[in-house]
Design a protein around this ligand. Sequence first.
Ligand SMILES: Nc1nc2c(c(=O)[nH]1)N[C@H]1C(S)=C(S)[C@@H](COP(=O)(O)OP(=O)(O)OC[C@H]3O[C@@H](n4cnc5c(=O)[nH]c(N)nc54)[C@H](O)[C@@H]3O)O[C@H]1N2
Ligand SMILES: Nc1nc2c(c(=O)[nH]1)N[C@H]1C(S)=C(S)[C@@H](COP(=O)(O)OP(=O)(O)OC[C@H]3O[C@@H](n4cnc5c(=O)[nH]c(N)nc54)[C@H](O)[C@@H]3O)O[C@H]1N2
Ligand SMILES: [Mo]
Length: 557
Amino acid sequence: MAGLATTLGSGAMTNSIADIAEAQVILVTGSNTTEAHPVLALQMKKAVVERGAKLILADPRRIELAQFAHLHLRQRPGSDIALFNTMAHVILAENLHRPDFIAERTEGFEAFAESVADWTPERGARVTGVPAEDIIAAARLYATAERASIFWAMGITQHVTGTDNVKALVNLALLTGHVGRPGTGLNPLRGQNNVQGACDMGGLPNVFPSYQKVTDPEARAKFEEAWGMTTADRGPLSAVRLDTQVGLTVTEIMDAILAGEVRALYIMGENPMLSDPDLHHAREALEAVDFLVHQDIFLNETGQLADVVLPAASFAEKWGTFTNTERRVQLIRPALSPPGEARPDWEIITDLANRLGANWRYESPAEIMDEIAAVTPIYGGISYKRLESNGGLQWPCPTSDHPGTPYLHRGKFSRGRGLFSVTPYLEPAEQPDDEYPFVLSTGRVLFHWHGGTLSRRSPGLDSLAPVAEVEIHPRDAERLGLQDGQSVRVASRRGEVIARALITPRSPQGTVFMTFHYAEAAANLLTGRHVDPVAKIPEYKVSAVRVEPLKESVLTS
Ligand SMILES: Nc1nc2c(c(=O)[nH]1)N[C@H]1C(S)=C(S)[C@@H](COP(=O)(O)OP(=O)(O)OC[C@H]3O[C@@H](n4cnc5c(=O)[nH]c(N)nc54)[C@H](O)[C@@H]3O)O[C@H]1N2
Ligand SMILES: Nc1nc2c(c(=O)[nH]1)N[C@H]1C(S)=C(S)[C@@H](COP(=O)(O)OP(=O)(O)OC[C@H]3O[C@@H](n4cnc5c(=O)[nH]c(N)nc54)[C@H](O)[C@@H]3O)O[C@H]1N2
Ligand SMILES: [Mo]
């Protein structure tokens, strides 16, 4: 979001899923699309197989999508800026850019062009490990297509240069005019079913709903008025004003607890005891905090540390909306009643607010949606009534007769002109050395979801991926004297886990891959706390580890 919002003015996916079929060239990078977004990946396969689109895959691992790729660039983990700067160099050197588009719709071109002048294909190849001719071929293919789109996910963002990685991709689209039209665009695939909606509603430390900044006095005044904070009937809360200070991000909160600056924590639908980096540190913080509330549909590893647990109803047991990766707001309806004392999240929060002295009178989620529409311009025309009668609406949808917006930035960027950025290449924060000679990359498999709180309760799913595995290249395995299926200890500077070796050329030599789905072999005991300075996202995709074969098999499956 940080990378896109600064350069284009909106942090969301620019185009639509249906649009994938229109692209002639699709660049997918840092997205294991067939495992993490399997339904959307079908559109990519269809574009390639049925429409002859060319797929450029830039991913260190030989993921399933590689079988559909015209070109597979296997860059060293964390070398993306070098790769995309080099592609930009080639596009400029071969005059494949669009001077008309650049002049009309962008700014910052000169400084950017100068900054990639020395990113020759030879230098790019040296830094990324990708053959120079492949980088050149990818640049030509992307630039000369009539319509080319870019898709990415966590392989791009979970680095200390995550924000600049995104900006380097934005540079490519601005250079070639591949944005603002069908079949083009800059498309971050949002991971969780409602992460887009959570951000739109202001679930970020620095904004109110619709990305209105908390530091903007006008925005603050608007919300204070809308929420009745300036009127007298607020009882004990009438002296409370909206905070204009930017809050903390997840990774900062853990540090602030240990510094004594955060005393209470209310966690809703999240399991940091498996998903945060450096779990020993996360545990220390969650044990140190004076008061911990956990609101979840299951008692997960984090809930076990809580002072108070509030049981919530699941998606199947309540009304609500999810906003998906293409900005589409869709209605959910209850199919079951919540078990036991579980209640919808909005009811729990409303009750809590009223016990604190607020005077909230919501009767239903539909009413909350009406309030959202009133204060959130991009959702201005969205109501339950409209959502009931169609397949959802894509924001911006400012008025009740607006049909929604399939692609952004048509004719003009949300910020006015698209901004070129200078993106200097930086190595990952932790490099392999003699003691920790492998790069550990972490991510997902098709059958499990994050900490496994949901998917590992499903015997069907768990039987398909029951044990934590470490992908390791055959040549590395040979050097370690390792057999397929043997138990190994994986250790980093922060901790160690035991998992089962999966010998495969999927991960490149020198890199091992693990998921973070297994509490009994939690990959985040190994990962470190280095973060991107802007977005504060941890570098989950690069840690230095050691792999030691174990004699006996300690795993049962
Ligand atoms: N089955 C399943 N699906 C999910 C989830 C799940 O837990 N399980 N989680 C959801 C969520 S919240 C998210 S955010 C998405 C995540 O979706 P993805 O980001 O697609 O999933 P990851 O497994 O994290 O994989 C990222 C890809 O980045 C590649 N990669 C690693 N290092 C680098 C690098 O340095 N550069 C580049 N360019 N690529 C690199 C990996 O090889 C991998 O193919 O998935 C969503 N979908
Ligand atoms: N090493 C490593 N670590 C990572 C990543 C990585 O690639 N590598 N990826 C990161 C990313 S992109 C993400 S998104 C995070 C995900 O990390 P988390 O969000 O912490 O992981 P989940 O296991 O999805 O936890 C979601 C919780 O929400 C609960 N829940 C489900 N539905 C509801 C509901 O309706 N109401 C309430 N109150 N609770 C509900 C579930 O039971 C579960 O306990 O992990 C991050 N951590
Ligand atoms: Mo995510």
